[in-house]
Each structure stands twice: as C-alpha cells, then as structure tokens.
Design a protein around this ligand. Structure first.
Ligand SMILES: [Zn+2]
Length: 333
C-alpha cells in the first residue's frame, strides 16, 4: 500500500499532454503531472485504453483527492497488457469504489485480474442478470464468470452492492458520481430489451462541469431517455456502445449536447461502416472526438469551472489515414 504523501511524490510526469479545447488553459495544464493536478484539487477521468487492434472494451478511472472510482475493467484478455499497467503507472493499489456498468465481458472482464493482483476494492457495484438473460446473449459473457467475480470480491473483503438509481459517490463537496438511470433489460420503459440496456447511466459532476458515461446504451432505451430525461446534458459524453450502429439514436446526443465525445473503440471499429452514423454526426456537430484506439488513454481534467482533455498519443481519429494505410479496404468514409 502506498501512502498518500508518497503517492503524490512518486507519480511520474505524463509523457505527452495534448489539449484541444478550453484554449485559455493550454499553458497552465500542458506539461503538468498527475500529481500536480491532484494537488490542485482537480478531478480526473481517464478513459483507459482497453482496446486492442480487434477488441473493444471500457474502463474508466475517476479520481479526486486521492479517491479513486473505477467503472468497468475491459476485456479479460487485455487485463495484463492494458488495464493493470495503467493502474501500476498511477501507483494505484486501492479503489474506493468500482462498478460493473453492465454484465458484458468487455466491461466486467478485468475485475478477475484486479482481485488476483491484490488491488483492494472497498465497494463493487454491480447488478446480476438472470441466468436466462446471459444464456440468450451467450456471446456477450457468462453467468459463471460473474459469479466468479462475486466470489473473488467476497474473498477479498469487497462489499458487493446493487446499482440503484440515485446512488451517489462523493469525492468531496463539489464533486460526485451519480447513477441517473438503471434498468434490468427486462422491465424498461420500452419493454424487454437486452443486456446492453442494463447499462448504468452515470453523471460525473465537478463544480459546473458535467461528464456523462452511458455504458452500451442502445437505440430504443436511448430514444426514450432522449425524450424524457431532463438531466442528461453534459460537456463530455462517453459515446454508448463503442460507437457502433445499434447505439442510442442521434436524438440522445442532441439532448446531451456534448462539446466533446470519447469513443471506447479500436481504430478499425471506429472507421468501420458500423460506426458511420456517429462519425457523420460528430463531424456535423463538430464534437471534439477522442477514440481510444487512436489516442490511447484519454484524460479529462476538470478544475470545477472548465476542463481540458489530454491524450497519451498524438493522433487524430482520422479514418482516411487508415484507409490509405490499408489500401482503402477498411474504411468507407
Ligand atoms: Zn461493450
């Protein structure tokens, strides 16, 4: 276990900082270390790159005042190459809270490795699906793997708690993470849907800033929320369902009205025809667009009034380039 004081001193400088918005902040943020931000009481949300060339996944670390909350852990095959190295680079051995956004393997998969590595998790929020739900969507995960995570949590002294609407995790008086909506995929306002619609819709608030994480929210329930949710407007949106075609409709994006979007997809998925709707929308609406497959780890840094976004790699998510590199065979636009 690393002590708090040690923690701040031992964190190394980020190798690369890229800023694409909130221009007045360029000089004050560029080149600062993670530790510097922590000392300035910033909230940081990193969309950890848990994508390989062919696999997508979600893992989001939200930190403030040495409190850490992890939403999802990516696919199990990428735990040792992507998730654990990131946490090690931040010297994180303890999570105050964690959440499995919905029970699909590309979201829950990394938790086994976290427990096996000895990362201490105080509370794990997760909703178990019915066995039948998992067997209908056999390709997305397994009930047995989820049971194994619960078992590991129990063995490691982690409290396993259900995700409920209104659940709130406080970083301090001005910063929180709150579950706005959660359904069970069977009894939603639009009837029975699927496991993706078990996604917790989570709002991070830091002073005036709003960041919305949407798991893999899909078309029908996303359409319902676009019409009925009054509280989903946000500055940065984690695009639902890795940006692929069945995700929440454009009306959902219009209701959220983000300035910037983060997409948890590999390069080839973002450039595939399946992501075309959101690529087109992002261009039309001029969203600042960040894709893990291109930019690696993507970090939103908030001081409560304004925010900036830094990326591990300096690479614009341009599909034209991929198309050229691969002889035009992968990307269609
Ligand atoms: Zn997913």
């Amino acid at each position: 276990m690393v002590l708090k004081g040690q923690f701040m001193q031992e964190i190394s400088r980020r190798e690369f900082v890229k800023l694409t918005l909130s221009l007045p902040l360029i000089s004050s943020f560029a080149g600062c270390s993670w530790g510097d931000f922590g000392q300035k009481n910033s909230l940081e949300w990193t969309s950890i790159n848990v994508c390989s060339d062919t696999m997508q996944g979600d893992a989001h670390l939200i930190s403030k005042n040495s409190k850490h909350f992890l939403i999802d852990g990516g696919h199990p095959d990428l735990s040792h190459s992507h998730l654990l190295p990131f946490l090690e680079s931040r010297k994180i051995t303890h999570l105050d809270g964690a959440m499995i956004n919905h029970p699909h393997r590309d979201h829950y998969g990394g938790f086994k490795a976290l427990f096996e590595k000895g990362i201490k998790i105080d509370r794990l929020y997760m909703n178990m699906p019915l066995k039948e739900q998992m067997s209908v969507e056999w390709w997305g995960g397994s009930y047995q793997e989820l049971e194994e995570i619960v078992k590991l949590a129990n063995m490691n002294g982690t409290s396993v708690l259900p995700i409920k609407e209104g659940d709130k995790f406080l970083f301090d008086a001005q910063s929180s993470l709150e579950v706005l909506y959660i359904y069970d995929g069977l009894h939603t306002p639009v009837g029975a849907t699927d496991i993706n619609d078990m996604s917790a819709i989570v709002m991070i608030k830091d002073g005036a800033n709003r960041f919305l994480l949407t798991g893999d929210l899909n078309e029908k329930l996303g359409g319902y929320l676009a019409q009925n949710a009054q509280n989903i407007k946000a500055d940065v949106l984690k695009v639902p369902h890795h940006g692929t075609n069945t995700l929440a409709p454009n009306s959902f994006f219009e209701r959220v009205a983000p300035k910037d979007i983060i997409v948890t997809a590999p390069k080839m998925l973002w450039c595939d025809v399946r992501s075309q709707r959101i690529r087109t929308l992002a261009k039309e609406k001029r969203y600042g667009t960040y894709v893990n497959g291109f930019q690696g780890d993507i970090t939103v840094i908030s001081d409560g009034k304004t925010y900036s976004i830094t990326t591990q790699k300096e690479a614009a998510p341009l599909c034209e380039q991929i198309s050229k590199d691969k002889g035009g065979s992968i990307c269609t636009s």
